[in-house]
Design a protein around this ligand. Structure first.
Ligand code: CTP
Ligand code: MG
Length: 161
C-alpha cells in the first residue's frame, strides 16, 4: 500500500477521533436512567431500551467534545460526538422497531449508525472529503469488532460484540 494512502487513512481516523471516543465511553461509563425513561412506542416495545442511558450519552458527548477541543476544533468535536450518540440512539430505535431486544446483535447497523450520525452532524459545518467517508465506512466495522472483542476479553464487556 502506498504511504500516501496510509496517511490518508490516518488523517480520516484523526478527523473522526471525537466520534470514536464518543462511541466508546458510554460502554465504560454508561448505566442508570435510560434516555427514554422506560417509555414505550406505539408498538408496545421500548422507545430506545435500557442500553441508551443519560449518563452514557453525556459521557460520550463530553469525552468526544474534549478530544475535539484538544485537536483545536471544539465545535467540530461536539458535532462529531453528539452526532455519533444520536446515530447510535437512532440505531437502537430501529432495532426496537424490528423487535430486537437490547444488546441483540444487528450486524453493520450496530457498527455504522454512529458513523452516519457523526458525519451528518459534522457536515453542518464542514465539507467532508468523499474518500474520508469511504475509508470510515470500510475500516469502522473492523475496528468496532476488534475493540469489542478486546473489551470482552478484558472483561469490560459481557458479550464479544
Ligand atoms: N450506553 C449508554 N448510553 C448510550 C449508549 C451506550 O449507557 N447512549 C452503554 C449501555 O450500557 C450499553 C453499552 O453502552 O449497553 C453498549 O452500547 P450498545 O452496544 O450501543 O448498546 P446495546 O446494549 O447493544 O443496546 P442496543 O441493542 O440498543 O444497541
Ligand atoms: Mg446500541
Amino acid at each position: 500500500m502506498p504511504l500516501t494512502m496510509l496517511e490518508r487513512i490516518a488523517q480520516a481516523v484523526y478527523f473522526f477521533l471525537p466520534a470514536y471516543v464518543a462511541n466508546t465511553l458510554p460502554g465504560i461509563f454508561g448505566g442508570g436512567t435510560p434516555v427514554d425513561f422506560g417509555k414505550r412506542f406505539v408498538d408496545g416495545r421500548r422507545l430506545l431500551g435500557d442500553g441508551v442511558t443519560i449518563r452514557g450519552t453525556l459521557a460520550g458527548i463530553a469525552g468526544g467534545t474534549l478530544v475535539g477541543a484538544l485537536q483545536g476544533n471544539l465545535l467540530l468535536g461536539f458535532l462529531l460526538a453528539s452526532g455519533a450518540l444520536a446515530g447510535d440512539a437512532a440505531g437502537s430505535f430501529i432495532k426496537r422497531r424490528l423487535g430486537l431486544e437490547r444488546g441483540a446483535p444487528a450486524p453493520l447497523l450496530d457498527q455504522l449508525n454512529f458513523v452516519v450520525g457523526a458525519l451528518v452532524f459534522a457536515s453542518l459545518i464542514t465539507e467532508i472529503p468523499a474518500d474520508y467517508i469511504v475509508i470510515l465506512f470500510v475500516i469502522t466495522p473492523f475496528a468496532h469488532v476488534t475493540v469489542n472483542y478486546l473489551g470482552y476479553r478484558l472483561k469490560v464487556k459481557d458479550v464479544p460484540w
